[in-house]
Design a protein around this ligand. Sequence first.
Ligand SMILES: [Ca+2]
Ligand SMILES: [Ca+2]
Ligand SMILES: [Ca+2]
Length: 224
Amino acid sequence: MKQAGYIIIILILAISGFLFYKFRHSAPEIIQTPLEAREEAWGVFQKYLIAAKNHDQKTLSSTLYRTSPTCENSASTTDCFKRMDEAYKEGSSLKKLDFTNILNDSRQTILTTEYKIEETDLVKAKVRSLIYFVRSGRDLKLITFEQNSATFTMKRDTDQNTMARLDFITRDTDSDTLDNEIETCAYVGAPTTCIKTDPTNRDTDGNGLWDPIDNLIKDLSLSK
Ligand SMILES: [Ca+2]
Ligand SMILES: [Ca+2]
Ligand SMILES: [Ca+2]
């Protein structure tokens, strides 16, 4: 009986030790519903906008995945403040409830508005706004945002044909926010250096970051 008692104590100690080790060494995965993800992302975005409005570089940096090179150089403070003012002006016109498309997992969040149609005499466009975030450690950081990002086509013989063309070029099979034409470098004027990604896979290289997030981060590292 005494022996059985020892075994039970050893077992309890072993299980407690294992659980303690697991708790200490595995960062809990962040699991959010899309609405929770939007709340968190919007909080970061608002903090960023207020910092931009107040020219508060320290807070601004804490909300960003990477600060603009213009704002890292003290010689270009005037340009940096100008950028902040422009960012505030653009960003503050965006409304949380318009961002009804929420793409999120533990590594990233992308907020997108519904498309709206705009046209001039010559072209018809689908316009939407997008905000991209990536998680660094436990903190969600803003990568960038695009206000009124437009995809357009020249008007065709009939409005139906124009609309069909517009719908075709904005097809996004894997819903990663990069249109198929962008992912396949098939759009007019695609540079020869255009990096192709898989239009049927959000994470072409399997590193856990979706294709648009990878592209944006790559662009930022090249902007130095
Ligand atoms: Ca896509
Ligand atoms: Ca893709
Ligand atoms: Ca990836």
